[in-house]
Structures are given as C-alpha cells and as structure tokens.
Design a protein around this ligand. Structure first.
Ligand SMILES: Nc1nc2c(ncn2[C@@H]2O[C@H](COP(=O)(O)OP(=O)(O)OP(=O)(O)O)[C@@H](O)[C@H]2O)c(=O)[nH]1
Ligand SMILES: Nc1nc2c(ncn2[C@@H]2O[C@H](COP(=O)(O)OP(=O)(O)OP(=O)(O)O)[C@@H](O)[C@H]2O)c(=O)[nH]1
Length: 446
C-alpha cells in the first residue's frame, strides 16, 4: 500500500504550497474535463519510483471547540490517525509560537512518525533561527522552502525512509497474474456491504485475512466460474472487525489506497440519491489512478421508470469524464444484474492488460494519419513514425515522431478512439504519450 503523509500546522505556514509541490510531479492521465471535481486536500506524489499519498489539513488549532474550527480539528485528527508519517509545518519567519507548542504536544501523543519541516527558509538553511524549533522535541528540524522547492527532496527521503525498498509497502503496481484485484468504491450507504455479502454468499470464498494493524488492507480471495478475484479493503467487512469500530465510515485515504492497489474499480452509485458531489470526487480519484473502471448503479429496483430516465441522463453528464466506463444497473439486494456485472469487470480487466504489438500500433497510427492528417503548427507538420506499448493497467501507447508537440488534444482523442475501436477496449483509460525526436532538422527530407 502507498504510504500516507499528512501535512499539519497552523494556518498560513505554507501547507498548501507544500502540498502543491509534493503532488504536482505526477502527471494526471487526462487534462481537465467538465464535471470533474478535484479535491485539493488529497493528492498522489512520487519520489523516484516511489508513490505516496499526501493529505493536506486545514489550519489546525488543537483546542478549538466550536463550529468550523472544531470540524477542521476533527478532520486533522482523522488525517493524523490515518497517516504513516506526519509532516508538521512551521514558519521560520514567524518563529516558534504557543500554538506550535500545542500542536507539538498533541502530535507527541499521537504515536506517529513525525517530521518537523521549517518552511519559508529559502536561503536560511544554516540560520540560527532554526535552533529554537528543537524545543518542540520532535527531532532535527528540516529547513525547507515550499515556494522555492528547497529541501523538499531530503524531507521526502526522510519521510519515506522506513518504507524503503519493500515493494509490498508501495504496492507491487499493476500485475497480471490472472487474479482480478477489485476495489469497490462508493459513498456510505450505497450498498457496498450488501453487494459484497451477496457475492461472498454465492461464490466460493477462498481466503479471508483479517488485518493485524490499521495499515493492512483487508483482502478477500474468491473465485467465480474459475476466475480468481481479490477484493481489496472493503468498508463493509471492516465493520465486523472489532478493532476497527472506531474508524470513520468513509475514508478517502482508504479509498485511495484501495484504488491504487486494484486493477479494476467498481464504482457504486446509489440510484435513489443520484450522482452526488462525493461520487464525483471518488470518480475523479479513480480517473487519476488510471485503473480500469466499471460503474454500477445500485438500488435500481427502488426507482420508477421516470426516475430511471432522469438518472441515466444525470450520470452521463456528471461522470462524462469516465465515459470509457460501462454503466450497469443492478440491485445488490434483489440480486439483479449481477451476471452482466461480472462480465463487465472481466472485460475491463482484460482491456487493461491488452497486449498491443508495435507493427499493429504503427499501422493503426499510419491509417489514422491517412484518414485525417494532423494540422500543421508553425513551420512543421507533426509526423508520427511508429508506436509501441509503454505499459499496462492503464495501457499506454507511446508514439514516436517529429514535431509531435503540435498534436492537439482533439487529435489525440481521435487517435485514442481509433486504437480503442481496434482493440475493443472497454472500461479502461488509454494513455497516449508523444515523443518527438529532438531536432526536426535532423531528419528533414525523409
Ligand atoms: N517566503 C516564503 N513564503 C511561502 C513559502 N511557502 C508558502 N509561502 C507563503 O505563505 C503564505 C501561506 O501559504 P499557504 O500555502 O496558503 O499556507 P497554508 O498553511 O496552507 O495556509 P492555510 O490554507 O490558511 O492553512 C502564502 O502567501 C505563500 O505564498 C516559502 O517557502 N517561502
Ligand atoms: N432497494 C435496495 N436497497 C439496497 C440495495 N442494496 C443495498 N440496499 C440498502 O441500502 C442500505 C445500505 O446498504 P449497505 O450495504 O449497508 O451499504 P454500504 O455501502 O455498505 O454502507 P456503509 O457500510 O455505510 O458504507 C441498506 O439498508 C440496504 O438494505 C438494493 O439493491 N436495493
């Protein structure tokens, strides 16, 4: 599982700036789409080949007892509880404050790995001002400048140090071993546990590991018609373990971790509620992850035909950015639509791991160009030469050529459509990467 880093500190010390710096290195699979709501409090980060999740918290005032401030403190506590590492951010220009002392006192009791980041320290890495932060009793202060990107790498290295190298901690990444790693995501009450209990009542349960610690995900292995599945970290089953009774019902962190450990995500939407803001958020995380997706509208039995029509339209609109995902209507309670759902999950998995050869991909892009030439931008017309597969789950197609920076998003989508049609890809995003030869003059004339 990806380690989780929570950023904590009083308002205005630069947490959001640090968050943006830690998360912007990851390139999102697609650009902005209408309807895609991104949550600025959770993001994916990467250091070398190590992935992690960053959680930004509102300004933290541990003793506040009222209104919105109290709510912020509650969310911060949850973020700390779910984190593997807490980065406590302070401001060197304002110096150590009583509030910092309060936060430090709270953090020392939280029983977590804590790193102290002294922000706004550009050009001050040797400053004697750093010394006073030792008082917090949280170890060596790390001088950083979030705004200027100084000291960030060594802070991250220290943060991720306990997770070094063990592949398990970072998730083995997408694997194709015939076992479909499946995460069921959806907001509380959508019917996750009903669906899972229905499945597990009907299919052959192979193994069920109760987690030993909060870091372990629950994984349930089962088989259907000879196809092996591994169900990852399901909220409904978690409820039965008495160890976890105190955990919030819905956790973004757990959802993000489960999504990144999965090959295929089943996104459940509640037919009686429509697509909520929270559904759109979860869908946004799924999109960013690059995982295969199937959308199932549960409780289909509970709405009438007029509502069904309305709902279908609103799903198509609000989740338009997941239009590669098939949408199925099911009733977990009445056991309806479950056969087609299995088929959709299996097709999404095989699409995500589709093998695409260089000759076929190259032929596809050549045919696409013959059919519709990319527009000339400036002096050069983009010229695609060949394409090969660069990854799976999601499938990545890398196209090589000249002046490819001139290829527009519209043209990219056109190429994507042609590749999708040829390979009959359903339920998986497809990523296209363009690599231009450095100097178009070098190959002029051919
Ligand atoms: N000089 C300097 N200023 C910084 C640095 N990082 C952030 N700032 C500035 O500090 C101010 C607060 O930054 P934010 O990132 O919004 O702080 P925050 O802790 O997220 O604040 P809240 O959203 O109120 O919790 C902004 O004006 C930033 O430009 C830094 O490394 N150096
Ligand atoms: N009509 C109808 N009700 C359903 C269906 N599936 C679940 N429900 C009901 O929806 C409610 C919530 O179901 P749960 O399975 O507990 O939902 P959950 O997503 O696991 O909820 P949390 O555990 O709170 O995250 C229960 O009252 C279920 O009986 C369905 O297909 N049709």
């Amino acid at each position: 599982m990806k380690p989780v880093i929570a950023l904590v500190g009083r308002p205005n010390v630069g947490k959001s700036t640090l968050f943006n710096r830690l998360t912007k290195t990851r390139d999102a699979i697609v650009a902005d789409f209408a309807g895609l709501t991104r949550d600025r409090h959770y993001g994916d980060g990467r250091l070398g080949d190590r992935d992690f999740i960053v959680v930004d918290t509102g300004g933290f005032e541990p003793d506040s007892t009222t209104g919105i401030v109290k709510e912020m403190a509650k969310q911060t506590r949850q973020a700390v509880a779910e984190a593997d590492v807490v980065v406590f951010v302070v401001d060197i220009r304002l110096g150590l404050s009583a509030q910092d002392q309060d936060i430090a006192r709270y953090l020392r009791t939280a029983n977590k790995r804590i790193l102290l980041a002294v922000n706004k320290a550009e050009g001050m890495s040797d400053s004697p001002l750093l010394g006073e932060f030792h008082e917090l009793g949280l170890g060596e202060p790390h001088p950083i400048s979030s705004a200027h990107g100084q000291g960030i790498r060594s802070l991250l290295e220290a943060a991720l140090e306990p997770f070094d190298k063990t592949e398990e901690e970072f998730g083995a990444g997408p694997q194709e071993d015939g076992v479909i790693r499946l995460a069921v995501a959806g907001r509380p009450n959508v019917g996750k546990s009903t669906l899972i209990n229905t499945w597990l009542g009907e299919e052959r349960l192979v193994a069920f590991d109760m987690p030993g610690t909060t870091r372990d995900a629950i994984a349930v292995d089962f088989e259907r018609h000879g196809q092996k599945f591994k169900l990852i970290d399901t909220a409904g089953l978690r409820r039965k373990g008495k160890v976890f009774e105190a955990i919030e019902k819905f956790s973004v962190v757990k959802t993000l971790q489960a999504i990144s450990d999965a090959n295929v995500v089943l996104l459940l939407v509640d037919a009686t509620q429509g697509v909520s803001e929270q559904d759109a958020h979860i869908a946004g995380y799924v999109l960013d992850s690059g995982r295969a997706v199937v959308i199932a509208v549960n409780k289909w039995d509970a709405i009438d035909s007029y509502q069904r029509e309305q709902l279908q339209r609103s799903i198509e609109q609000r989740l338009a950015f997941l239009k590669f995902a098939p949408i199925l209507n099911i009733s977990a309670l009445k056991r309806q639509g479950l056969g087609p759902l299995w088929d959709a999950l299996a097709s999404a998995y095989s699409s995500a791991f589709k093998k695409m050869t260089t000759p076929v991909l190259t032929r596809l892009i050549q045919e696409a160009t013959q059919h519709q030439t990319p527009k000339r931008i400036g002096a050069f017309r983009p010229k695609m030469r060949y394409a090969h597969q660069g990854g799976m789950n999601p499938p990545i197609v890398v196209i090589h050529g000249n002046s490819l920076e001139g290829i527009t998003d519209v043209y990219k989508r056109y190429l994507e459509g042609r590749i999708r049609d040829h390979y009959k890809l359903v339920g998986t995003p497809l990523k296209i990467e363009l690599r231009s030869s450095k100097n178009p003059f070098d190959e002029k004339g051919d």
